[in-house]
Design a protein around this ligand. Structure first.
Ligand SMILES: [Zn+2]
Ligand SMILES: [Zn+2]
Length: 327
């Protein structure tokens, strides 16, 4: 198999020829058809997440077909199309797993961070953490749903019963959640980097009722806001944009420091919360709805060997929607 491998923090990924991996008990081997590029991959490459396991193959928005099945795996078929998300394994016995909060598991493995991911022609996965995807939709179009979609979905659920919802950072996750939020009857307010009129136009095109810079107040107070951007400065701005009792959900795995802000921004029962990882139930709930919602993902395709270019373009905000690697 071939893979783009991270051997040193901060260094470019290296095109590497590796022996074909064999699935162990409980595992499947998946021939990768598409793998989305997520901001978390940048955090891994940049060393912003603790204790990375090096060398590592990044990538956790994987769509592919099962081409080998390990001992003890039932209910899957060779050739079946599956999606492999960020949550790659949980212990099943820690207090969080026991409380149906496996997203907070004490001993997890994360795809593309602490176990090899999908910037490759093949990947080994824990069969219990692979979602059946069926045959509707192209693998490229489905790939961004595996993280941007899933984490976005968990964030949207966390945002609660909102009518007016703000999305800060209109990238891969927000462009999917804008569609889901409207399907749920919400009005979407899109916040982009100040002056980024192209992304604002993209958001309006996707049905947002308002789009502006993150330094602008929305035309009316919001019921909730989700911060997808990794910028701590947005937290007080978002708190200012929500009404009494409103929620601000931080969806990222990493964020720059949050500046000090007056207590009055949080007072009146505003809530500030974060979303970590996903549970398998999130995946089941969300993927079941995808055909109904009719989500259209905007993707920019790169060949696998151009993973470094895709990461650089993501960093610079050079495309709309999501980047997807294809072997
Ligand atoms: Zn656990
Ligand atoms: Zn991700």
């Amino acid at each position: 198999m071939q893979a783009m491998v991270l051997t040193k923090i901060g260094a470019p990924l290296e095109w590497t020829e590796l022996p074909e991996p064999k699935p162990g008990p409980g595992e499947i081997r998946v021939k990768v058809e598409a793998c989305g590029v997520c901001r978390t991959d940048l955090h891994v490459v940049d060393g912003e997440l603790p204790n990375p396991v090096l060398p590592i193959i990044p990538g956790h928005e994987i769509v592919g077909r099962i081409d080998a099945i390990g001992a003890g795996v039932v209910d899957v078929e060779l050739g079946e199309r599956v999606g492999i998300p960020w949550l790659g394994h949980t212990c099943g016995c820690c207090p969080y797993c026991m409380a149906h909060r496996e997203n907070l598991c004490d001993h997890p493995l994360f795809t593309g961070y602490t176990r090899n991911g999908g910037f490759a022609t093949a990947v080994i996965a824990d069969a219990r953490f692979a979602f059946p995807l069926g045959e509707v939709g192209s693998s490229v179009a489905l790939a961004p749903l595996l993280c941007a979609g899933l984490i976005g979905w968990r964030s949207l659920v966390m945002a609660g019963e909102a009518q007016k919802i703000g999305l800060y950072g209109f990238g891969a996750a927000a462009h999917i959640m804008a569609q889901v939020a409207q399907w749920k009857g919400m009005s979407v307010y899109a916040f982009t980097r100040p002056g980024d009129t192209a992304t604002q136009a993209f958001a309006l095109n996707l049905g947002a009722v308002w789009a502006g810079g993150s330094d602008q107040p929305p035309p009316e107070l919001l019921d909730a806001a989700i911060i997808f951007a990794t910028v701590g400065d947005l937290v007080p701005l978002a708190l200012k944009a929500v009404r009494k009792g409103g929620r601000v959900v931080c969806a990222g795995i990493h964020m720059s420091d949050i500046p000090g802000f007056p207590y009055s921004l949080l007072w009146e029962e505003r809530q500030l919360m974060s979303v970590a990882n996903l549970t398998r139930q999130d995946g089941i709930d969300f993927l079941k709805l995808v055909p109904d919602i009719g989500i259209v993902t905007k993707t920019t395709v790169y060949p696998l060997f151009e993973a470094n270019e895709a990461l650089a373009d993501l960093r610079a905000g050079r495309f709309e929607g999501a980047a997807v690697l294809v072997p």
